[in-house]
Write a protein that binds this ligand. Sequence first.
Ligand SMILES: [Zn+2]
Length: 114
Amino acid sequence: MHELSIATHIVAVAQEEATARGVEVEAVHLRLGALSGVVVDSLLFGFEIASQGTPLEGTRLLIEEVPLTIYCPTCEAEVELAGIQSLRCPRCGELSGEIRRGKELEIVALEVKD
Ligand SMILES: [Zn+2]
């Protein structure tokens, strides 16, 4: 499972950060782009497995999903797409290859215990 190795990586990074800061993690905030190819449910499940037996066991993984956003030169605007099947601007139908957002797979914050 692809998501399990990602989850293992997230646990390792979060734990390293928590150790460096001398804090205990309560929740991990993750930003996940539509193009990351990650299935949210599988990642949540993978996180549960990967965190078992580590100091992160019992912490929550909070995922902020980022829609695919392109820049449309015709509309001169950034446009959010409903899916990842087509890179056409939903407003004018122009094909744009310029992806602005949607590839994210990053830890954005750690919630820590007081
Ligand atoms: Zn457009």
